[in-house]
Design a protein around this ligand. Sequence first.
Ligand code: GLU
Length: 402
Amino acid sequence: MFSEKFVLSDRVLQVAPSPTLAVNAKAKALRAAGADILNFSVGEPDMPTPAHVCAAGKKAIEEGRTRYTPAAGIPELREAVCAKLKQEHGWEYKPEEVQISCGGKHGLFNIFQAVLNPGDEVLIPAPYWVSYPPMVQLAGGTPVIVPLQQDRQFDIDPAVVARYVTSKTKAIVLNSPSNPTGAVYSLAALAEVAKMAYEGGWLVVSDDMYEELYYGEGKVPHILHADPRLKDQTVLSNGVSKAFAMTGWRIGYSIGPREVIRAMNKIQSQSTSNPAAPSQYAALAALTGPQDFPHQMREAFLPRRAFFVESLESIPGVSCVAPMGAFYVFPNFSAYYGKKFKGTAIDGSVALADYFLDEAQVASVPGAAFGADDFIRFSFATSLTTIERGMERIKQALAALQ
Ligand code: GLU
């Protein structure tokens, strides 16, 4: 008789599967079975990967560049990452300070594996992306959740961060623009957090995956601009998935202190060996070719974002902070908690998201997965028509609650 507790590790038993991927899989299965599901769950651009990027991937295959690469990734791609950071931010990095990974997610996994010891605490502002706490746990660390407030537009709050600092604080995760809130941290708040991180000697893990999708003017405020002294204790995490609609190619990159990157390469050499070679050549074409794609995507997202926020705000009891980046809205539905459908109470975001899926055929991700049960996340990386239809269904579903 199989006994799960006997066979599986304590490490894996303490985490759940990724809820974003789970809801997406469920929505796709329902759709395949014939249901008219409107899918706002997983975050992935709805545009195809640019043609010149696909061509570079195909060319790599045709030319036989299909073998192992260095564990850290091909040198040309690491150089291209350095050139991008120099050009866009003025930051100087060397290729040995860059690791190419199987997606940004895998890069983050490698970072935590490389730096955490049992008992090390990692500050994670909430609402947080679903995978940060499990990744920290799988590396033996302890996630310490730092709550952010809707009425401060989910900006990072240095005073609140300070309350969660202990002698075991080892690192802080920053994600701006944020998944799921779309919040962009202010430079002033980042400067204060930077001072704490510098003085406390913490590692800053800056997940910049959505930096190209910023709805404000100029560049997204960044902790390394707020306080350049932090460069030696910061690891930047990024990738081509969001900026170039390349989620399935699985290419991310991390940039940071040589010793940390070297340790991450050791992990990669003992686990994946390297990210897929043709994908690396495609990513090289993305980073070195025309840079108008992220801009076009941002332009396409603007009307969807405006419509979504306006429609949500027009529903009695619902409030929604306009996202300043990324492609998610994160409305607060807590006014509906406690209401009933056919006698069953909606007692939180999981029940409400289930209700939306079952009764309105709308797939979304419950806020509980992001450490914020008052909210539900919807991705607007889908057509305006789908969003219009989805909003109609959501309004009707909410009106049916008693
Ligand atoms: N980051 C995306 C999301 O939150 C991709 C799915 C995932 O890996 O979580 O939907």
